[in-house]
Structures are given as structure tokens and as C-alpha cells.
Write a protein that binds this ligand. Structure first.
Ligand code: PXL
Length: 285
């Protein structure tokens, strides 16, 4: 019944509805066993808060990996998000190499930038290191800003299909097998996801809400991973994740006290329903 053991490596932002506080509940609700490796512990996320604390957990990673190897622990997927340091990326690659099952998936969300800018904690050295992790990805989930940093292509707010095609080609050239490029919109009222599976493109387009919400990239990536590992194809998983993220944003808009993240929890039942229905339909094909 598609019960997978997934390892997700990203930070714990104690408050802020992002990273592990989003990935763990979403993957668990999807019905997967979820192991976690915190890359860092922050008091809050770094977008929209100031004065946050951060404890980088890079130093703990080799010993954790050694213990898992001693115990013979294996994962059917490793899904990475916001990482704690440049040096940590080498450890993450080693963990993937030693803990993934032979068919195990490397799923990389290069969570490091948005709206044309790197997040405050990162620099170009981090981008270079992240490129090497993305090169090994079975599924890479960048937004347009991250795709630009990874490929060296100039960031644009407005673009056409040729520009998106250029980004996808460059991401495959980097080494990523399948790319799920998020936040791709060709008209002001719309946004969507471009899915490139071993070079074959498909596009899912939906309404764009005017608000910019924090943490939606993490909600999206977690829902995508949850749905994909339920055995759905990448397009269906990408579509479900987009519909779910939009629902979470709609559920949050207008709440002035809730600007740091989205209220994704009340929508988990709908995510489960969407996955269940899609699985039933796929079984009929
Ligand atoms: O949602 C991405 C994210 C994750 N973790 C931390 C962040 C951010 C975005 O700013 O600051 C700590």
C-alpha cells in the first residue's frame, strides 16, 4: 500500500511553519514513515523575522550517518530542503549514497532563494555547493529564482516559454533527471508548474493569488513528495501539490496575525482525498 520510508533533511525553524514543521506532518498524513535529520535549529525562519538564532548541526551529521550505517538503516527516498551550511552539502551527499536503497530516490528542493534574491544566510559559495547536490537529483524542485542561481541565467520577472525552456535545458545539463519548476506564470493572473520528466515537458497552470506567503515552497515540495511516493506520476503529484498549496494560501489570506506561514493543517484531509481519488483513477487506466 505504498508505505514508504523517507528521510527528510532540512532545518527546524521552531516557529514559522516551514521546513521540518511542514514536511513531517504532510509526509506522515500522506501515510509514509518519515525519518528526519535537522540541518540546523533556528528560533524562526529568516524571512520576515529579524534577530533569529541559529544552531548549525553540520558537526553532528557524520556520527549520525555512521550510526545509521551500523544499524543498516535504509530509506526509499531522501528529500532535502533548507540546509545549514556549505560544508553540510558534502555530508548530505554521503548520507544519500550510504542510506538509499538501490532504487531509492534523491529529491532535492534547493531552498535558498526567492523573488530574485538569495535568503539572508546564503552566498554564492553555497550556490556552488548546492549545484553539486542538484546534479544528482532524481527530482529537482526549484522556483524560477533558484533555477537562475543554479544555471547562471539572468533572473526575469516577466518571460516567455523560450526563457523557461532555456532554464529547464540548463538544469538537465547540470545533471537533474526530472525537474519540477515552480512559480511559472505567463500571464499576470496565472501561475503554475512546469514538469520536465527526462526532458518531456508538461505544464499545470492555475490562478495566482496576489499575496506572497512564506513557506509555500516547503508545503508544495512536501505534498509533491508525499503524492509521488504514493505511486502517482510526476505530473499528477505536481498538480495535487499545486492545488493543495493554493488551498492553504486561500485558508490563510486575510488573517493579519498570520503572515509568517500558511495554515496548511486544516487542509490535510483534502490532500489525502486528492491523493486517494488520483490513485483510484490511475488504477482504472
Ligand atoms: O521556507 C524556506 C525556509 C526554510 N528555512 C528557513 C528559512 C526559509 C526561508 O526563508 O529562512 C530557516
Amino acid at each position: 500500500m505504498a508505505y514508504r520510508r523517507i528521510l527528510t533533511i532540512q532545518d527546524i525553524s521552531c516557529v514559522g511553519q516551514c521546513s521540518l514543521t511542514v514536511a513531517l506532518p504532510i509526509l506522515s498524513a500522506c501515510g509514509h514513515e518519515t525519518a528526519i535529520l535537522p540541518s540546523a535549529v533556528l528560533s524562526t525562519h529568516t524571512a520576515g523575522f529579524s534577530g533569529w538564532t541559529c544552531r548549525d548541526l553540520t558537526e553532528d551529521m557524520p556520527a549520525i550517518n555512521a550510526h545509521w550505517n551500523k544499524e543498516g538503516l535504509r530509506f526509499e527516498a531522501v528529500y532535502t530542503g533548507y540546509l545549514g551550511s556549505t560544508r553540510q552539502i558534502d555530508y548530505v551527499k554521503a548520507i544519500m549514497n550510504s542510506t538509499l536503497t538501490p532504487e531509492g530516490l534523491r529529491i532535492v528542493d534547493p531552498a535558498m532563494a526567492d523573488h530574485g534574491k538569495l535568503y539572508p544566510a546564503f552566498d554564492m559559495e553555497y550556490v556552488e555547493a548546492m549545484k553539486s547536490l542538484c546534479a544528482s537529483a532524481d527530482y529537482l524542485l526549484p522556483n524560477v529564482t533558484e533555477a537562475c542561481f543554479l544555471t547562471g541565467i539572468e533572473y526575469r520577472e516577466e518571460y516567455d516559454e523560450t526563457y523557461i525552456e532555456k532554464l529547464l535545458t540548463a538544469l538537465h545539463k547540470l545533471g537533474a533527471k526530472n525537474v519540477i519548476l515552480t512559480g511559472v506564470g505567463f500571464h499576470p493572473a496565472q501561475t503554475g508548474v512546469m514538469i520536465s520528466e527526462s526532458g518531456v515537458r508538461s505544464y499545470y497552470c492555475h490562478r495566482r493569488l496576489s499575496e506572497n506567503c512564506h513557506g509555500t515552497g516547503d508545503v508544495y515540495a512536501s505534498a509533491f513528495v508525499g503524492a509521488l511516493l504514493k505511486g502517482l506520476d510526476a505530473y499528477t503529484a505536481a498538480k495535487i501539490a499545486a492545488d493543495y498549496t493554493l488551498l492553504c494560501m486561500e485558508n490563510t489570506r486575510g488573517d493579519k496575525d498570520h503572515t509568517y506561514g500558511v495554515k496548511f493543517e486544516p487542509m490535510l484531509g483534502t490532500l489525502m482525498d486528492m491523493i486517494r481519488i488520483a490513485r483510484k483513477m490511475a488504477a482504472r487506466d
